[in-house]
Design a protein around this ligand. Structure first.
Ligand code: AMP
Length: 396
């Protein structure tokens, strides 16, 4: 046995994967199997010295996992099976408050959570089954996006709806991106020289999906996402918070089914929906610079709604040791950080423009002035966190 962990993150048509040496955190292989089920399906991978693309036309998830094992780097590095395989699983419901080794009962419980995440959990289960078939003797671990948020108190996780919906159907806020919020808040405590148990943060994970969380004494106490990842902040293609009466209004006005309205809110809203240009923040900045007013509006709304989300999370804290930016947008976009902080002056946030310009892009650091409540940029690393959970559960 070695110390390597294969990390697998199965989406509906893609699998992100990485082979990580748990003790050192060294990334031996990272890659992506994409366009699964399509004639253009392929695996793209790289190591520290090498890389390549493998065409796997029409491959499904199971075939893709077989193909991952066949890429040249894996032939050597996976000749000895990994110590564990860590799976990112989106929804763990109320059953899972920590990462868990997978057995038949755990697999059934993950299946039971599929009704809460019908787009995500089934893909995760396919990935787990495929990895089990490929490596039957290797322990498999589920790392849940929701687990870190299981410490949120009931006054914050309940919706103000008939209690019976919670009791019978599990209708409540669960929160997501937990692995990322856990990682960056732990790193923030290290950077600031604080004990994690004695720290108090707001972290903003801003990627294609966006959420912010309040983390006190190492425990999530509130977050912006809800029963599904649609609630909360404005995102790439997701609306975030809207008036719940919108569903009926749009269904009637445009003759849509409820499912169609939900699809509009998930896939055709957010930055894309408002701008009509793109869900990619880089493209929006380029369009706004060219005078596109809707692109500029989408950017402003994104920052304002983020600031409003951050301000709402302060209700769960009695101090703020730092606000943390992470995720593709949070790590790379200095103007988004600047605009968001601009709306938060009442909370004593003030950016140092020079520090804001140089941090991010893989570099962690403090971007605020010496008199401001600290603002940090911290590159997230969910795969590393998953490898550490596996090592803690399975490691020697
Ligand atoms: P993620 O889901 O964390 O990979 O983040 C993806 C998002 O990060 C993309 O939609 C981009 O809009 C955004 N992003 C990446 N690089 C930059 C950048 N340099 N400036 C602004 N946004 C960026």
């Amino acid at each position: 046995m070695n110390n390597n962990v294969l990390v697998i993150n199965c989406g509906s048509s893609s699998i992100k994967f990485g082979l990580i040496e748990a003790a050192s955190g060294k990334r031996l292989i990272s890659g992506l199997a994409e366009r699964l089920g399509d004639s253009g399906a392929r695996v793209v991978w790289k190591t520290q010295s090498d890389g390549g693309t493998l065409s796997i036309p029409d491959a499904d998830h199971a075939h893709a996992i077989q193909a991952i094992v066949e890429i040249p780097a894996a032939k050597t590095l996976l000749a000895t099976p990994p110590m564990a395989i860590g799976h990112r699983v989106v929804h763990g419901g109320e059953q899972f408050s920590a990462s868990t080794q997978i057995d038949a009962a755990v697999l059934t419980a993950i299946e039971d959570c599929s009704n809460l995440a019908p787009l995500h959990n089934p893909a995760n289960i396919v990935g787990i089954n495929a990895a089990m078939a490929q490596f039957p003797a290797v322990p498999q671990v589920a790392v849940f996006d929701t687990a870190f948020h299981q410490t949120i108190p009931n006054h914050a996780y309940m919706y103000a709806v008939p209690y019976e919906w919670y009791d019978r159907l599990g209708v409540r806020r669960y929160g997501f991106h937990g692995t990322s919020h856990r990682f960056v808040t732990q790193r923030a405590a290290e950077i600031l020289g604080l004990e994690y148990e004695n720290s108090s943060f707001i972290s903003a994970h801003l990627g294609n999906g966006c959420s912010a969380a309040a983390v006190r004494a190492g425990r999530s106490v509130d977050t912006t996402m809800g029963m599904t990842p649609l609630e909360g902040l404005m995102m790439g293609t997701r609306s975030g918070n809207v008036d719940p009466a919108l569903h009926q209004f749009i269904a009637q006005a445009l003759g849509m089914t409820l499912e169609q309205v939900t699809t509009q809110l998930n896939k055709h809203s957010g930055l894309l929906g408002v701008s009509g240009v793109s869900n990619d923040m880089r493209t929006l900045f380029a369009a706004a610079a060219d005078g596109n007013e809707r692109a500029a509006l989408a950017i402003e709304m994104f920052c304002f709604r983020l600031a409003r989300g951050v301000a709402a999370l302060t209700a769960s804290l009695n101090q703020i040791d730092a606000l943390i930016f992470t995720g593709g947008i949070g790590e790379n976009s200095a103007p988004i950080r600047e605009k968001c902080i601009g709306y938060l002056q009442l909370l004593n946030f003030e950016l140092d423009p020079a520090q804001n310009a140089i941090h991010g892009r893989g570099r962690a650091g403090n971007i605020s002035t010496s008199t401001s409540t600290p603002v940090l940029v911290i590159p997230t690393d969910e795969e590393w966190m998953i490898s550490q959970d596996c090592a803690a559960l399975i490691g020697r």
